[in-house]
Design a protein around this ligand. Structure first.
Ligand SMILES: C[S@@+](CC[C@H](N)C(=O)[O-])C[C@H]1O[C@@H](n2cnc3c(N)ncnc32)[C@H](O)[C@@H]1O
Length: 260
């Protein structure tokens, strides 16, 4: 058994005395005094916490947050123009991705008929060709490969657009051919020298006013369907020797009116 350390005993004895004195004083100051003392201690503690380094970090964070939430005038103007350009891009993207119903389903022109259509178009080296409703892109790709001209394919159907772009890539004519997903009735093709069509008689008729405004000498070549009221300059009907069956119509701007 070890004896108690005298130093320790002295220290704990004086601590005991201090506590007894404190309790006596606490009792002496009464209920009101004790409440006042508690409040003072709480106030001191609160002010210490408010000035602590952690609290400073919190303030920095909240001020940087508030600078994002409440932009000054310059950043407001910047974010407005950012938003406008985002809206514009979104609108263009929507148009690009629009999935309106086609006015006519996809039926490809037989490849030998494509060759004949382009032959009838009397293509020159600096011509620009549009295929309105380009389907899988066979006409625009053939025009670029065989005649080395620039061509634009327009189709509203995203599946066709994908196929056409694939064909363009496979045939390595990306520098000459552009495929756009658009409604052909909303496209500006006023720079066309040649327009190819495989639509329907009613759609050709609807396009007539725009086609009539093309530069004189521009050629329109349609597979299978006429354009009511416009007299074709040339009509080719397939014969038994051809590997396809159908009729090709060609108009040169300005065409003669047809009176039937
Ligand atoms: C009969 S296919 C002709 C395809 C191609 N020109 C050819 O000769 O092989 C008609 C094409 O027109 C497209 N089409 C229909 N309505 C359209 C519109 N309003 N705008 C753009 N393309 C449309 C269809 O998706 C389809 O691919």
């Amino acid at each position: 058994m070890s004896l108690p350390d005298p130093k320790r005993q002295i220290q704990s004895g004086s601590q005991l005395n201090e506590r007894i004195m404190l309790m006596k004083w606490f009792r002496k100051i009464g209920g009101f005094g004790r409440t006042a003392l508690m409040l003072a201690v709480m106030a001191i503690l609160a002010s210490c916490t408010a000035n602590s380094p952690e609290r400073e970090d919190e303030k920095m964070e909240s001020s940087s947050r508030s600078s994002v939430e409440q932009p000054n005038e310059a950043s407001k103007a910047e974010s407005k123009s950012d938003q406008e350009s985002k809206d514009k891009q979104a609108a263009e993207g929507d148009q690009e991705e629009s999935a309106n119903d086609p006015d006519v389903v996809f039926v490809p022109t037989p490849q030998p008929a494509v060759e004949k259509m382009l032959e009838m178009a009397n293509i020159e080296s600096d011509d620009l060709l549009y295929d309105l409703g380009c389907g899988d892109g066979r006409i625009v790709v053939t025009a670029a490969k065989k005649y080395g001209i620039e061509a634009v394919g327009i189709d509203i159907d995203p599946v066709r657009v994908k196929e056409a772009r694939q064909r363009v890539k496979e045939n390595d004519v990306e520098d000459l051919v552009t495929i756009k997903q658009r409604d052909l009735f909303e496209v500006d093709f006023s720079d066309a020298d040649v327009v190819t069509l495989y639509l329907l008689p009613g759609l050709n008729k609807k396009l007539k006013p725009k086609l009539a405004q093309l530069e004189p000498g521009s050629r329109i070549v349609s597979y299978d369907f006429e354009m009511a009221g416009a007299k074709p300059d040339e009509v080719y009907k397939s014969s038994s020797g051809d590997e396809w069956t159908g009729t090709i119509y060609k108009w040169v701007v300005p065409w003669e009116k047809e009176t039937k």
